[in-house]
Design a protein around this ligand. Structure first.
Ligand SMILES: [Zn+2]
Length: 271
């Protein structure tokens, strides 16, 4: 499965597949029908006042409602992948300021789901939780490679050099396409305990990060495809829209045949 590396790709990642992908076999187990709901207790809220003053000192603007509430961080176990065109994938993702057991449990379940679906990266909105959180492990196997958790990530530098790479996405099962992205990025984020750190990413980790970072902005990978590439997957996107309509009984909230690049896709470079 997976990557279908293009000859034009000037990097040799062939050993690193599958990329960000893809098989929804997890839902076929049929065993895990007992849903459990996880929520932070309201009392477990970390001090929002401290966070507000820290933001103010750094000169960021703060708005009420910027941070995820305990209700925003509720999730049902087992997690399921949210597929295109579910509007959850386009919703705003709130920043996190509560670093508690509930968050750890969510991350644990995201890794578990990612491994079961042969992915190497997963963002919180893809499991129906609209917060600024992503997990990835370029090795794609539990117990191998390095598990990376990024909370509230911000990109503060990107390389001028960009690379074409064949990507898949767990929210678009079976769809792969070439996308150009910067070769490396510098990122500022928090870890699971709330500690701030900076990390320089290149190679496959930079690619996975940027794909998941897009999810946190409500950007999907076809927003970054050239017209020709988008054309090559149009029928598959339409099939997903039909599948959504059959499943929900609702009209598809996005229609690829009416897709216009009206909104500028956010660039990665931030000053
Ligand atoms: Zn994705």
């Amino acid at each position: 499965m997976a990557g279908r590396l293009q000859a034009s790709t000037a990097i040799s990642f062939s050993a690193l597949l599958p990329l960000l992908s893809c098989r929804s076999s997890f839902s076929a187990t049929g065993k895990s029908l007992s849903f459990r709901r996880f929520c932070s207790k309201p009392l477990a809220l970390s001090s929002p006042l401290m966070e507000v003053s820290a933001q103010a000192r750094r000169g960021f603007s703060f708005q009420e409602g910027d941070f995820a509430s305990p209700a925003d961080l509720c999730f049902e176990s087992p997690l399921k992948i949210v597929e295109y065109p579910d509007p959850i994938l386009r919703a705003r993702n709130k920043r996190i300021n509560t670093f508690d057991e509930n968050l750890k449990k969510l991350v644990e379940e995201m890794f578990d789901l990612m491994y079961r679906t042969d992915g190497i990266g997963l963002s919180a909105p893809q499991v129906g939780v609209n917060v600024q959180l992503m997990v990835f492990n370029p090795a794609g196997e539990h117990g191998e490679g390095e598990e990376i958790v990024l909370v509230n990530p911000v990109v503060y530098k990107t390389s001028k050099r960009s690379i074409l790479y064949n990507e898949g996405c767990l929210s678009f099962p079976g769809i792969y396409a070439d996308i150009e992205r910067p070769a490396s990025v510098k990122v500022d984020a928090r870890d699971l305990t709330g500690g701030r750190f900076k990390v320089n990413l290149s190679g496959l980790p930079a690619r996975v990060f940027q794909h998941e970072f897009d999810h946190l902005q409500g950007t999907l990978f076809f927003d970054r495809m050239t017209e020709d590439v988008l054309e090559s997957i149009r029928s598959e996107l339409k099939a997903l829209e039909k599948k959504y309509e059959r499943r929900t009984g609702l009209p598809s909230p996005e229609i690829i045949d009416k897709y216009e690049r009206t909104k500028e896709v956010a660039g990665f470079a931030r000053t």
